[in-house]
Design a protein around this ligand. Sequence first.
Ligand code: PEP
Length: 264
Amino acid sequence: RASRLLHPQNTVIKTPHSEIGGPDLTLMAGPDAIESPEHVLAMGQAAKAAGATILRGGAFKPRTSPYSYQGSGEAGLKALRMAADQLEMDVVTEIMDSADLALIDPYTDIFQVGTRNMQNFALLKALGRQTKPVLLKRGMSASIDDFLNAAEYILAGGNQAVILMERGIRTFDHHYTRNTFDVGAIPVLKRLTHLPILADSSHATGDRRLVTPVALAAVAAGAQGLMTELHDHPANALVDGAQAITPATYQTLTRQAVAIHQVV
Ligand code: PEP
């Protein structure tokens, strides 16, 4: 069960190179979409240099329009895994369909469920039946109780390694912020559940100028880790360049975030 009443101790999820929910801030970073083997390796190097232990990259992209770039599929997964192995990092990548579980499994350490699939119960049940950790992002219109019930679907199947991620919810201003980062959800979730709570300030804001301040606010509110999108040439990114920060900016973000995490 997700409830802290039944499980007072914080859950710590161990992957080969990370302890999510442990004493250190967990840093996951990388490109939105895996663009090429060289690019994902370069972004992984930048992520690792700034302290990240988990390399992110999407190979199956949940795009709002079917005519937008849909991702590089298995070729992308291979590139992501090779980069992470070379850098001694863990992999997190999104799964959108339970039918892809066997395909993605050999390439990833953590399965990511995106905001659009938070209530894809068939997918959650399938992930509950396997043992790798699941990073569950909050649905963009999900209440906190909806979010915890989605986590419960994975836990109920037997998989206790669930990581929660706040990534912003839909409100009414889409001009300045793509979503509204629900900073209050972090202390609420920490009170209600023993599962680790992380934050994605890239998708929460959709604007690289907001990625660092919102990440720092999340850590100040108690987030146990951050997901951040990196790109060396954001204007050329295949997906979501507007929210990608450069490796140099990421260095500053992580330095500040780690300092804040030490005092909260
Ligand atoms: C992502 O992390 O690549 C992504 C699509 O995130 P979200 O599901 O939060 O939109």
